[in-house]
Design a protein around this ligand. Structure first.
Ligand SMILES: Cc1cc2nc3c(=O)[nH]c(=O)nc-3n(C[C@H](O)[C@H](O)[C@H](O)COP(=O)(O)OP(=O)(O)OC[C@H]3O[C@@H](n4cnc5c(N)ncnc54)[C@H](O)[C@@H]3O)c2cc1C
Length: 483
């Protein structure tokens, strides 16, 4: 049975999409030096699932095809755990450094399918359109990414009050569909995805209905422009010097919609402020998408913990009690994420026929890990010391007759040779300190919303009644106060 592989994915990308970088349009993202290796990494994601040795574990059968298990709609705790194992195995391919891998949106859209009755309550036709869209993209195992946040602009002003009409909005509508103009903040992986899903997760004020919208278009849809940030892949001088930047720079692009026509079959919310919010929080979409992110983060923190241990082994500090203590703490923090993922699953609940992870444990994980990640990275940098800087200028130094003997003479360890020390420390710098690593810190701090947003979700979903009951239970009875 057909399983989407890397070749099929790549063949769809040279489709006339309008990507702009360094002042120029990109002719083909699969060959452009800013994107080609990231495309190859996503192709490996599909090749991994297409490998007959992995198919049973990573894919399942639906509508005449086998697709990634992230598209499966879990009906029980066991099914949720099974799809988590597939997501974690796929994330091991990139050690959790591809935040918007195809399984991310597959999980989001699965959450929206579970909540379809909620959306049908607002508008049956739009909910039907979404269900049909879901079936289409799932049957083809497409790579969907999303833009759901507005450009920053002036935070004191509503969307309609900005100095320019910057936020994506509905310009007009007719029997065929809607016309959309304006921007969305960032689409991670959009440059190399098949489809862009657009949503409105920020609250929209009554009267600003034209900003309350959700739709999906192919990345190459007429009028869609992708304004890429600086490419760390292109900036990486070699795979040896920057093993992560060079291969796992998934890119982030500002999305600009220039009078984009969207047919009604692809419009899921139009002009309904309550429906735009409910798409994320009335359905389990937001919980599901961030649950996938925590699974990915669990893999990334496992990788970083392994890296920390290797650094201190190479530096010979592994027996220092404080270093051992710090390694233990890092392992505990990585395990905390693992425990939260298992907890979300164990404490999940049924919505209709489907089983979804616990919302309050998910938001606890979101709140804690966006704060933890920068501290975690800093702790490993503290363990690494200057070894991540005391490095040859580039891979050329490793073989040049001018430099190689000096590299041998200075890159010393009791357990590895100079070459392995250099290779490991370069990997460490790319994971912890390079421009790419710094973007990752920003990503982990913000991909799921700023901290004040997650605090509000935690406040909303925590079982305050149970907590209040405990307080009430031990409160001494009131005194009869003399009047
Ligand atoms: C690397 C990266 C990749 C991203 N990828 C995507 C993507 O694929 N798709 C997508 O849709 N979005 C993406 N985003 C955007 C992301 O969703 C937003 O950055 C995030 O929601 C935070 O919004 P903001 O950037 O507007 O920050 P803000 O909301 O402006 O917050 C920034 C800071 O301002 C302060 N602040 C602002 N308002 C308040 C307030 N009301 N109360 C208290 N403090 C406040 C806080 O200190 C806060 O930390 C990405 C962001 C990054 C950094």
């Amino acid at each position: 049975m057909r399983v989407r592989d890397g070749a099929e994915y790549r063949s769809g990308l040279n489709d006339g999409r309008r990507v702009l970088i360094d002042g120029e349009p990109v002719a083909d993202v699969t060959t452009h030096p800013a994107f080609r290796n990231a495309v190859a990494s996503f192709a490996r994601f599909y090749d991994l699932q297409a490998d007959p040795a992995n198919r049973e574990r990573l894919t399942f059968e639906v509508g005449g095809a086998r697709v990634h298990k992230a598209w499966s709609i879990p009906r029980s705790h066991a099914e949720l755990v099974d799809r988590r194992r597939a997501i974690a195995e796929s994330a091991a391919l990139h050690c959790g450094f591809l935040g918007r891998s195809p399984d991310h949106l597959a999980t989001t859209l699965t959450g929206m399918m579970i909540g379809l009755p909620v959306m049908a309550g607002f508008d049956a036709a739009r909910a039907e359109a979404f269900a049909a869209y879901f079936e289409q993209v799932r049957a083809r195992d497409l790579f969907v990414t999303y833009v759901i946040q507005n450009p920053q602009a002036d935070k004191t002003r509503a969307a309609s009050e900005q100095a320019r009409d910057v936020v994506a909005h509905v310009v007009s509508q007719d029997r065929e569909g809607i016309v959309v103009s304006g921007a969305k903040m960032l689409g991670t992986s959009a440059v190399m995805a098949d489809e862009i899903f657009v949503g409105t997760i920020q609250p929209v004020r009554p009267g600003e209905e034209r900003y309350a919208l959700s739709f999906a278009v192919p990345v190459n849809h007429p009028g869609v422009r992708l304004l890429s940030r600086r490419s760390y892949e292109q900036g990486a001088t070699s795979g040896y010097d920057y093993p992560l930047s060079s291969h796992f720079d998934e890119n982030d692009a500002v999305l600009f919609f220039d009078e984009v026509r969207v047919p009604w079959e692809r419009v899921f919310v139009c002009g309904n402020v309550a429906a735009a919010a409910a798409q994320w929080h009335g359905t389990p979409a937001h919980v599901m998408q961030n649950y996938q992110s925590q699974i990915r983060l669990m893999v990334k923190m496992r990788f970083l913990t392994g890296l920390a241990r290797r650094i201190v082994e190479i530096n010979g500090t592994i027996e220092v009690p404080q270093v051992r203590g710090m390694l233990g703490k890092l392992a505990a923090q990585a395990s905390l994420v693992e425990g939260l993922v298992a907890g979300m699953e164990a404490e999940g609940r049924m919505i209709g026929d489907y089983y979804v992870p616990s919302a309050h444990l998910l938001y606890a994980a979101q709140t804690l890990t966006q704060e933890l990640y920068p501290l975690f990275v800093m702790a490993i940098r503290d363990l690494a010391g200057g070894g991540v800087i005391m490095l040859p200028s580039s891979v050329a130094d490793m073989t040049s007759l001018h430099t190689r003997d000096y590299v041998e003479a200075t890159q010393v360890s009791s357990i590895v040779d100079a070459e392995e020390r250099v290779r490991t420390m370069k990997l460490a710098w790319d994971a912890l300190g390079s421009e790419y690593a710094s973007r990752h810190t920003q990503y982990e701090m913000f991909y799921g919303g700023a901290s004040y947003v997650n605090h509000a979700h935690m406040l909303r979903t925590f079982d305050w009644e149970a907590a209040r009951a405990l307080v009430a239970g031990v409160l001494p009875p009131p005194l009869a106060m003399p009047r």
